[in-house]
Design a protein around this ligand. Structure first.
Ligand code: GDP
Ligand code: CA
Length: 317
Protein backbone atom coordinates (compact mmCIF):
# COMPACT_ATOMS: atom_id res chain seq x y z
CA UNK A 1 0.00 0.00 0.00
CA UNK A 2 1.37 3.38 -1.03
CA UNK A 3 0.06 6.35 0.93
CA UNK A 4 0.73 10.03 0.36
CA UNK A 5 -0.10 12.50 3.15
CA UNK A 6 0.11 16.28 2.97
CA UNK A 7 1.22 17.73 6.29
CA UNK A 8 1.70 20.91 8.25
CA UNK A 9 3.29 20.86 11.70
CA UNK A 10 1.80 19.58 14.93
CA UNK A 11 -1.57 18.25 13.72
CA UNK A 12 0.07 16.63 10.73
CA UNK A 13 2.97 15.11 12.64
CA UNK A 14 0.82 13.60 15.37
CA UNK A 15 -1.55 12.09 12.81
CA UNK A 16 1.41 10.63 10.90
CA UNK A 17 2.67 8.93 14.04
CA UNK A 18 -0.76 7.29 14.28
CA UNK A 19 -0.64 6.35 10.61
CA UNK A 20 2.73 4.62 11.04
CA UNK A 21 1.26 2.61 13.91
CA UNK A 22 -1.93 1.81 11.99
CA UNK A 23 -0.21 0.82 8.76
CA UNK A 24 3.32 -0.36 9.60
CA UNK A 25 3.70 -2.11 6.23
CA UNK A 26 2.66 0.88 4.14
CA UNK A 27 5.06 2.97 2.11
CA UNK A 28 4.28 6.50 3.29
CA UNK A 29 5.39 9.67 1.52
CA UNK A 30 4.78 12.92 3.36
CA UNK A 31 4.59 16.17 1.40
CA UNK A 32 5.44 18.87 3.91
CA UNK A 33 4.41 22.51 3.98
CA UNK A 34 7.28 24.95 3.55
CA UNK A 35 5.19 28.14 3.49
CA UNK A 36 5.99 28.67 7.20
CA UNK A 37 9.73 28.72 6.47
CA UNK A 38 11.62 31.75 7.65
CA UNK A 39 15.19 33.04 7.73
CA UNK A 40 16.33 34.01 11.23
CA UNK A 41 19.85 34.96 12.33
CA UNK A 42 20.98 34.06 8.82
CA UNK A 43 19.61 30.54 9.18
CA UNK A 44 16.87 28.86 7.16
CA UNK A 45 14.23 27.47 9.49
CA UNK A 46 11.58 25.00 8.24
CA UNK A 47 9.21 24.62 11.20
CA UNK A 48 6.74 22.16 9.66
CA UNK A 49 9.33 19.83 8.12
CA UNK A 50 11.21 19.80 11.42
CA UNK A 51 8.09 19.14 13.48
CA UNK A 52 7.33 16.09 11.33
CA UNK A 53 10.96 14.95 11.43
CA UNK A 54 11.38 15.38 15.19
CA UNK A 55 7.97 13.90 16.02
CA UNK A 56 8.42 10.76 13.94
CA UNK A 57 12.11 10.52 14.81
CA UNK A 58 11.54 10.65 18.57
CA UNK A 59 13.15 14.04 19.21
CA UNK A 60 10.10 16.24 19.71
CA UNK A 61 9.16 18.16 22.85
CA UNK A 62 5.95 16.18 23.46
CA UNK A 63 4.11 18.67 25.66
CA UNK A 64 4.81 21.60 23.37
CA UNK A 65 4.36 19.68 20.11
CA UNK A 66 7.24 21.51 18.40
CA UNK A 67 10.94 22.00 19.09
CA UNK A 68 13.39 19.54 20.61
CA UNK A 69 13.00 17.52 23.78
CA UNK A 70 15.43 18.39 26.60
CA UNK A 71 16.12 21.72 24.97
CA UNK A 72 18.24 24.55 26.38
CA UNK A 73 18.27 28.19 25.24
CA UNK A 74 21.82 29.42 25.77
CA UNK A 75 22.30 30.71 22.22
CA UNK A 76 19.02 32.61 22.39
CA UNK A 77 20.09 34.22 25.70
CA UNK A 78 23.48 35.17 24.27
CA UNK A 79 21.84 36.72 21.19
CA UNK A 80 19.51 38.68 23.46
CA UNK A 81 22.54 39.90 25.44
CA UNK A 82 23.80 41.41 22.17
CA UNK A 83 20.36 42.94 21.66
CA UNK A 84 19.88 40.73 18.63
CA UNK A 85 16.36 39.51 17.99
CA UNK A 86 13.75 38.44 17.23
CA UNK A 87 13.19 36.96 20.66
CA UNK A 88 9.64 35.87 19.90
CA UNK A 89 10.62 32.85 17.83
CA UNK A 90 11.75 30.04 20.11
CA UNK A 91 14.94 28.49 18.80
CA UNK A 92 16.71 26.23 21.24
CA UNK A 93 20.34 25.12 21.17
CA UNK A 94 19.64 21.63 19.83
CA UNK A 95 17.25 23.00 17.22
CA UNK A 96 19.88 25.56 16.11
CA UNK A 97 22.12 22.69 15.00
CA UNK A 98 19.46 21.51 12.54
CA UNK A 99 19.16 24.98 11.03
CA UNK A 100 22.92 25.38 10.82
CA UNK A 101 23.28 22.09 8.94
CA UNK A 102 20.40 23.01 6.63
CA UNK A 103 21.72 26.49 5.89
CA UNK A 104 25.23 25.21 5.29
CA UNK A 105 23.97 22.62 2.79
CA UNK A 106 21.70 25.13 1.02
CA UNK A 107 24.64 27.54 0.73
CA UNK A 108 26.71 24.72 -0.80
CA UNK A 109 24.05 24.36 -3.49
CA UNK A 110 21.98 21.43 -2.28
CA UNK A 111 18.25 21.70 -2.82
CA UNK A 112 15.90 21.68 0.16
CA UNK A 113 14.65 18.19 -0.77
CA UNK A 114 18.22 16.86 -0.65
CA UNK A 115 18.89 18.68 2.62
CA UNK A 116 15.71 17.24 4.14
CA UNK A 117 16.76 13.76 3.10
CA UNK A 118 20.16 14.29 4.71
CA UNK A 119 18.59 15.50 7.97
CA UNK A 120 16.24 12.49 7.91
CA UNK A 121 19.26 10.17 7.66
CA UNK A 122 19.76 11.02 11.29
CA UNK A 123 16.12 11.02 12.41
CA UNK A 124 14.82 8.01 10.45
CA UNK A 125 11.20 9.16 10.59
CA UNK A 126 9.90 5.97 8.94
CA UNK A 127 8.32 7.94 6.10
CA UNK A 128 9.77 9.59 3.03
CA UNK A 129 9.61 13.28 3.87
CA UNK A 130 9.55 15.65 0.89
CA UNK A 131 9.19 19.42 0.98
CA UNK A 132 6.31 20.51 -1.27
CA UNK A 133 8.81 22.50 -3.34
CA UNK A 134 12.51 23.35 -3.49
CA UNK A 135 11.61 26.90 -4.43
CA UNK A 136 11.15 29.62 -1.85
CA UNK A 137 7.49 30.05 -0.95
CA UNK A 138 6.60 32.14 2.09
CA UNK A 139 3.18 32.73 3.53
CA UNK A 140 2.58 36.42 4.17
CA UNK A 141 -0.35 37.99 5.94
CA UNK A 142 -1.83 41.44 5.32
CA UNK A 143 -2.77 43.14 8.60
CA UNK A 144 -3.82 46.62 9.58
CA UNK A 145 -2.97 48.12 12.98
CA UNK A 146 -1.53 51.35 14.48
CA UNK A 147 1.38 51.03 12.08
CA UNK A 148 -0.97 50.95 9.10
CA UNK A 149 -1.72 48.30 6.53
CA UNK A 150 1.19 46.02 5.69
CA UNK A 151 2.16 42.49 4.75
CA UNK A 152 4.12 40.58 7.37
CA UNK A 153 5.61 37.11 7.45
CA UNK A 154 3.17 34.45 8.61
CA UNK A 155 5.34 33.66 11.64
CA UNK A 156 5.25 37.27 12.79
CA UNK A 157 1.45 37.20 12.71
CA UNK A 158 1.11 33.68 14.14
CA UNK A 159 3.87 33.54 16.74
CA UNK A 160 4.57 37.16 17.70
CA UNK A 161 1.01 38.51 17.44
CA UNK A 162 -0.72 35.20 18.22
CA UNK A 163 -3.07 36.13 15.35
CA UNK A 164 -4.58 38.84 17.60
CA UNK A 165 -4.89 41.26 14.67
CA UNK A 166 -7.29 40.03 11.99
CA UNK A 167 -5.69 38.90 8.73
CA UNK A 168 -7.14 40.90 5.82
CA UNK A 169 -5.67 38.37 3.41
CA UNK A 170 -3.17 35.54 3.34
CA UNK A 171 -0.85 34.93 0.37
CA UNK A 172 1.60 32.15 -0.41
CA UNK A 173 4.25 34.43 -1.93
CA UNK A 174 6.16 32.65 -4.68
CA UNK A 175 3.77 29.69 -4.88
CA UNK A 176 2.50 30.52 -8.37
CA UNK A 177 6.06 30.42 -9.75
CA UNK A 178 7.11 27.34 -7.79
CA UNK A 179 7.36 23.74 -8.93
CA UNK A 180 6.79 20.57 -6.91
CA UNK A 181 10.00 19.18 -5.41
CA UNK A 182 11.55 16.16 -7.15
CA UNK A 183 9.56 13.05 -6.29
CA UNK A 184 6.38 14.85 -5.26
CA UNK A 185 4.35 14.33 -8.43
CA UNK A 186 5.62 10.77 -8.91
CA UNK A 187 4.69 9.88 -5.33
CA UNK A 188 1.17 11.23 -5.76
CA UNK A 189 0.74 9.44 -9.08
CA UNK A 190 1.94 6.16 -7.57
CA UNK A 191 -0.19 6.50 -4.43
CA UNK A 192 -3.10 4.17 -3.71
CA UNK A 193 -4.68 6.82 -1.53
CA UNK A 194 -3.98 10.40 -0.41
CA UNK A 195 -4.70 11.53 3.14
CA UNK A 196 -5.10 15.03 4.59
CA UNK A 197 -4.18 14.91 8.29
CA UNK A 198 -5.97 17.41 10.56
CA UNK A 199 -3.56 20.15 9.48
CA UNK A 200 -4.42 23.80 9.00
CA UNK A 201 -6.63 23.91 5.86
CA UNK A 202 -5.36 27.36 4.85
CA UNK A 203 -1.69 27.79 5.74
CA UNK A 204 -0.63 24.12 5.76
CA UNK A 205 -2.72 22.00 3.33
CA UNK A 206 -3.87 25.07 1.35
CA UNK A 207 -0.28 26.20 0.78
CA UNK A 208 0.84 22.76 -0.40
CA UNK A 209 -2.10 22.66 -2.83
CA UNK A 210 -1.06 26.09 -4.15
CA UNK A 211 2.11 24.66 -5.69
CA UNK A 212 1.18 24.32 -9.38
CA UNK A 213 0.44 20.72 -10.31
CA UNK A 214 -0.07 19.32 -6.82
CA UNK A 215 -3.80 20.02 -6.56
CA UNK A 216 -4.56 18.38 -9.91
CA UNK A 217 -2.42 15.34 -9.15
CA UNK A 218 -4.11 14.92 -5.75
CA UNK A 219 -7.60 15.44 -7.19
CA UNK A 220 -7.12 12.44 -9.50
CA UNK A 221 -6.70 10.19 -6.44
CA UNK A 222 -8.95 8.85 -3.71
CA UNK A 223 -8.58 11.50 -1.01
CA UNK A 224 -9.73 11.33 2.61
CA UNK A 225 -9.27 14.18 5.07
CA UNK A 226 -9.47 14.42 8.86
CA UNK A 227 -11.13 17.54 10.22
CA UNK A 228 -8.94 19.85 12.34
CA UNK A 229 -12.14 21.60 13.39
CA UNK A 230 -14.18 19.97 16.15
CA UNK A 231 -17.45 21.43 17.35
CA UNK A 232 -16.87 24.72 15.56
CA UNK A 233 -13.35 25.42 16.84
CA UNK A 234 -9.79 24.30 16.09
CA UNK A 235 -8.60 21.61 18.50
CA UNK A 236 -5.51 23.73 19.17
CA UNK A 237 -4.06 26.86 17.66
CA UNK A 238 -5.83 29.62 15.78
CA UNK A 239 -6.86 28.04 12.48
CA UNK A 240 -10.18 29.92 12.84
CA UNK A 241 -8.29 33.19 12.21
CA UNK A 242 -6.95 31.75 8.93
CA UNK A 243 -10.33 30.44 7.82
CA UNK A 244 -11.99 33.79 8.57
CA UNK A 245 -9.34 35.53 6.45
CA UNK A 246 -10.33 33.48 3.40
CA UNK A 247 -14.05 33.78 4.09
CA UNK A 248 -14.63 30.21 5.28
CA UNK A 249 -16.67 29.51 8.40
CA UNK A 250 -14.92 27.61 11.20
CA UNK A 251 -16.82 24.35 11.00
CA UNK A 252 -16.06 20.80 9.88
CA UNK A 253 -18.69 21.17 7.14
CA UNK A 254 -17.37 24.45 5.77
CA UNK A 255 -13.79 23.13 5.60
CA UNK A 256 -14.93 20.07 3.62
CA UNK A 257 -16.91 22.32 1.28
CA UNK A 258 -13.87 24.57 0.93
CA UNK A 259 -11.73 21.62 -0.22
CA UNK A 260 -14.68 20.65 -2.38
CA UNK A 261 -15.90 17.43 -3.93
CA UNK A 262 -13.46 17.87 -6.79
CA UNK A 263 -10.69 17.19 -4.29
CA UNK A 264 -12.11 15.27 -1.31
CA UNK A 265 -13.83 11.91 -1.52
CA UNK A 266 -14.14 11.22 2.20
CA UNK A 267 -14.12 13.37 5.34
CA UNK A 268 -13.75 12.28 8.95
CA UNK A 269 -15.43 14.52 11.49
CA UNK A 270 -15.60 14.29 15.27
CA UNK A 271 -18.61 12.74 17.00
CA UNK A 272 -19.55 16.27 18.05
CA UNK A 273 -20.13 16.97 14.34
CA UNK A 274 -21.97 13.71 13.58
CA UNK A 275 -24.80 15.61 11.89
CA UNK A 276 -22.50 17.08 9.20
CA UNK A 277 -23.44 16.19 5.63
CA UNK A 278 -21.61 17.40 2.54
CA UNK A 279 -23.05 16.74 -0.89
CA UNK A 280 -20.82 14.41 -2.91
CA UNK A 281 -18.41 13.67 -0.02
CA UNK A 282 -18.65 10.60 2.22
CA UNK A 283 -18.66 11.91 5.80
CA UNK A 284 -18.02 9.61 8.80
CA UNK A 285 -17.88 10.59 12.46
CA UNK A 286 -15.38 9.25 15.03
CA UNK A 287 -13.67 10.55 18.14
CA UNK A 288 -11.05 12.83 16.54
CA UNK A 289 -9.03 13.97 19.55
CA UNK A 290 -5.49 12.63 19.27
CA UNK A 291 -5.17 12.03 23.01
CA UNK A 292 -2.57 9.28 22.96
CA UNK A 293 -0.91 6.74 20.68
CA UNK A 294 -3.96 4.47 20.65
CA UNK A 295 -6.62 7.06 19.87
CA UNK A 296 -4.38 8.62 17.23
CA UNK A 297 -3.75 5.27 15.52
CA UNK A 298 -7.51 4.62 15.53
CA UNK A 299 -8.12 7.94 13.74
CA UNK A 300 -5.47 7.13 11.14
CA UNK A 301 -6.88 3.61 10.71
CA UNK A 302 -10.36 5.04 10.16
CA UNK A 303 -9.09 7.51 7.55
CA UNK A 304 -7.21 4.78 5.73
CA UNK A 305 -10.13 2.32 5.88
CA UNK A 306 -12.49 4.93 4.47
CA UNK A 307 -10.04 5.72 1.67
CA UNK A 308 -9.63 2.05 0.75
CA UNK A 309 -13.40 1.55 0.84
CA UNK A 310 -14.02 4.54 -1.42
CA UNK A 311 -11.25 3.50 -3.78
CA UNK A 312 -12.80 0.02 -4.09
CA UNK A 313 -16.16 1.64 -4.74
CA UNK A 314 -14.43 3.37 -7.61
CA UNK A 315 -14.98 7.02 -6.71
CA UNK A 316 -11.54 7.97 -8.04
CA UNK A 317 -8.31 6.35 -9.14
P1 GDP B 1 0.94 23.61 12.66
O1 GDP B 1 1.68 23.79 11.36
O2 GDP B 1 1.83 23.27 13.80
O3 GDP B 1 -0.04 24.69 12.95
O4 GDP B 1 0.15 22.26 12.48
P2 GDP B 1 -0.85 21.71 11.40
O5 GDP B 1 -1.18 22.66 10.34
O6 GDP B 1 -0.37 20.35 11.01
O7 GDP B 1 -2.09 21.41 12.31
C1 GDP B 1 -2.78 22.39 13.01
C2 GDP B 1 -4.19 21.90 13.22
O8 GDP B 1 -4.19 20.65 13.91
C3 GDP B 1 -5.03 22.84 14.04
O9 GDP B 1 -5.97 23.46 13.21
C4 GDP B 1 -5.70 21.93 15.08
O10 GDP B 1 -7.08 22.17 15.17
C5 GDP B 1 -5.43 20.54 14.56
N1 GDP B 1 -5.31 19.57 15.63
C6 GDP B 1 -4.39 19.57 16.63
N2 GDP B 1 -4.61 18.54 17.47
C7 GDP B 1 -5.71 17.87 16.98
C8 GDP B 1 -6.44 16.72 17.42
O11 GDP B 1 -6.15 16.07 18.43
N3 GDP B 1 -7.53 16.35 16.65
C9 GDP B 1 -7.89 17.03 15.51
N4 GDP B 1 -8.96 16.58 14.83
N5 GDP B 1 -7.22 18.12 15.09
C10 GDP B 1 -6.14 18.53 15.81
CA1 CA C 1 2.88 25.29 10.31
Amino acid sequence: MKIVALAGGIGGARFLRGLLAAAPEAEITVIGNTGDDISLFGLRVCPDLDTVMYTLGGGINEEQGWGRAEETFTVKEELAAYGVGPGWFGLGDRDFATHIVRTQMLAAGYRLSAVTEALCDRWRPGVRLLPMTDDQVETHVVVEDEQGRRAIHFQEWWVRMRASVPALSIAAVGAAESAPAPGVQAAIEAADVVLFPPSNPVVSIGTILAVPGIRDAVAAKTVVGVSPIVGGAPVRGMADACLTAIGVETSARAVAEHYGLGLLDGWLVDEADADVRVEGIEVRSRPLLMRDAETTAAIARAALDLAVELKRAGVAE
